[in-house]
Every structure is written in C-alpha cells, then in structure tokens.
Design a protein around this ligand. Structure first.
Ligand SMILES: NC(=O)c1ccc[n+]([C@@H]2O[C@H](COP(=O)([O-])OP(=O)(O)OC[C@H]3O[C@@H](n4cnc5c(N)ncnc54)[C@H](OP(=O)(O)O)[C@@H]3O)[C@@H](O)[C@H]2O)c1
Length: 311
C-alpha cells in the first residue's frame, strides 16, 4: 500500500527511525517540523498539515526532557498537551487518522504487575502529566485516533541511555545505575516498524473500532536501568567497544528533579491481539544500536586524528 505519512519533528529518535524504515518500505515520510511548524504555536499546524496531503499523521514530537519539565511546565504543556490537541484537531478536519505517541509515565508505578491500557492513570511528574493531558485532548477531539504508549526509547539517533553509557565508559571504570526502577527498553526502529504496521491497518480498515484507542507498545522483556546498562556493556565488549562495571544503586541514591515510577512495565498483549504486532526483545535490537554507535565513534576518531594523544 502506498502511504504518505506526516510526522511531527525531524531529528527525534522516533522520527529519524520512521524516516529510515519508511525509506526501506517505499513509504513517504513527510516531516512537519520546526522552524516551519512549532507545536508550541498550534495555529501553524492546520495549514502545514493540509499542504502535505498525507494519508495519516503521527505526532512523535514532544517536550521529552523529563527533569527540565519540572521547571518548564508551561512549555511542556504547550507542546505535549495543546500541541497534541492541535495536531489531532487538524487531522480531524482533514478526515485523516492520527497516531499519538505517549508514555509509561502516565502511571505512578505502584502496581506490582505490568500495566494494561485500562489501569487508572496517575502521572507523578510534570512530563507525564503533560503527556496525559495530551492523550485526553486527542481522545476528546473528533479525530480518528490511536494512542501508543511506549517507554525507555533507545536508538542510534540523538541523546539516549545507550549513547550516554558508552560515553561514560570512555571516562570511568565504573558507573552507578539505578536498579529499582523496572521497565522495558524499546528500540525506536522497532517502534517505527510497528507504527508503519498500525498506519497500514488503520488505512486498510477505516471502520474497525477495535483498531482505535489506547495501546501499549514496548520492547519485549523487562529490565531495570542497571540491567539495561549491563546489557549495553556486554554488547559493547563483544564488539571491542568501551566497558564499565555497573554499580547497582537505589533510586534514593540518584536524586532527580522529576520523580519516576518504580514500575514502568506495560502489558502489550492488546497490541499483539488486535494488530498482530509484537516488538522484539530489547537485547536483540540493542546489538544493532550498539554496533551503529561504535562504528560512528570509530569513524569520527578517524576523521579527527588529532583527538589521539601523541607521544
Ligand atoms: N524517549 C523516551 O524514552 C520516551 C518514552 C516514552 C514515550 N516517549 C514519547 O515518544 C515520542 C518520541 O520520543 P523521542 O525519544 O523520539 O523524542 P526525542 O528524540 O526527544 O525528540 C523530540 C522530538 O520532538 C520535537 N520537538 C520538541 N519540541 C518541539 C516543538 N516545540 N515543536 C515541534 N517539534 C518539537 C523535536 O524536534 P526537532 O526535530 O526540531 O529537534 C524532536 O523531533 C514522544 O512523544 C515522547 O513523549 C518517549
């Protein structure tokens, strides 16, 4: 099926993954991005979306700096709440579906099992509250919509935990990593593949109500941040990259501006049963990501030989 997919943002992990996977599948990915379109200025969105003549729009852009959102709540809400609402309203007026990306942080993490879509929400930080307000605003527009809650995204693109761990291992022999928050590391490239699958089915079955609504979509298998760090260093070691010893610490030993849920695990069985989509285990997808990042580092060292100390 030939699809034209408009996507908010240009340099984000999910957007860049969609551009890469879309190109592989011969699907046109049309960025709806700054400076032309700023989600903080929603009045720009309807005309910009209309010009793209897209079949569907994916709102992957967000204010994602979780700790900064505590001190910049107005901006976080402008982008994650009002911006998301404006994208959905524009989609509704063009009569195209909208896929809204959301987060595990809509939950407070107090349950002792993976969260299902119908569990009560209770975001414990400003970022989570702004994304939750965005979900609710999208659902209350007349838009044909799907909300995909994901978590702990990693990729070869932009800032993320994998890149951070590899650079820390360059600088020190051990890193302290929180071991009492559980979640599911999720590859942005796997998210992109699933979004393409969701988009295809939404367009093929415009009157299927079961395809609409909220779905959880994370990598298979759970981990703590410390487990994830150990997985990164194991992959890096196998590829001749930097390695550090992981010191497992409690959340209380790593204070941050925003609180984070202790249990971020999402039950993804609704997505599997409805769409037939299951993301791979994170350890599998991590290998390609680490390989890509190590190659990038080697290439940048080669192109700037002065970075090597001279004896
Ligand atoms: N990262 C995670 O671990 C995580 C976890 C759960 C859910 N999510 C959700 O998943 C989605 C994708 O996350 P990600 O990791 O790909 O994000 P990301 O890498 O942090 O990228 C954020 C994107 O948002 C765009 N953006 C930010 N402010 C904007 C504004 N005012 N106007 C227009 N665009 C703006 C950025 O634009 P530029 O291209 O111009 O830089 C960038 O493309 C988001 O909705 C996020 O809330 C993320």
């Amino acid at each position: 099926m030939r699809m034209r997919i408009a996507v908010t943002g240009r340099h984000g992990q999910v957007v860049r993954s969609l551009i890469e996977r879309g190109a592989d599948a011969g699907i046109k990915i049309l960025p709806l991005a700054r400076p032309e379109v700023d989600l903080g200025c929603p009045e720009m969105i309807p005309a910009a979306l209309s010009v793209l003549q897209a079949d569907i729009v994916v709102n992957a852009a967000a204010f994602t700096a979780v700790d900064l959102a505590e001190s910049q709540s107005e901006l976080a809400f402008a982008i994650n709440h009002r911006g998301a609402e404006a994208v959905a309203a524009a989609a509704a007026s063009l009569k195209i579906p909208v896929v809204q990306l959301s987060t595990d942080y809509v939950f407070d993490g107090t349950l002792d099992r993976p969260y299902v879509e119908t569990d009560p929400v209770n975001a414990m930080n400003v970022y989570g509250q702004s994304k939750l307000a965005g979900e609710q605003a999208v659902a209350s527009t007349q838009a044909d919509h799907v909300i995909l809650r994901t978590a702990w995204i990693f990729s070869p693109f932009g800032k993320n935990f994998v890149r951070t761990m590899l650079s820390l291992a360059d600088q020190r022999p051990e890193v302290s990593v929180v071991a009492d928050q559980l979640g599911a590391p999720t590859s942005a490239l796997d998210i992109a593949d699933s979004i393409l699958g969701v988009a295809r089915q939404l367009l093929e079955r415009p009157s299927a109500p079961e395809l609409r609504g909220v779905f959880h979509m994370t990598g298979a298998a759970d981990a703590s941040w410390a487990d994830f760090a150990e997985g990164i260093f194991a992959a890096s070691k196998a590829m001749g990259g930097p390695v550090a010893r992981v010191v497992r610490i409690p959340t209380s030993a790593y204070p941050t501006a925003a609180g984070r849920p202790a249990n971020s695990r999402l039950d993804c069985s609704k997505l599997a049963a409805t769409y037939g989509l299951c993301l791979p285990p994170w350890r599998q997808s991590l290998l390609g990501c680490v390989q890509h990042l190590l190659q990038e580092r080697r290439a940048s060292l080669k192109s700037s030989p002065s970075a090597f100390p001279r004896s």
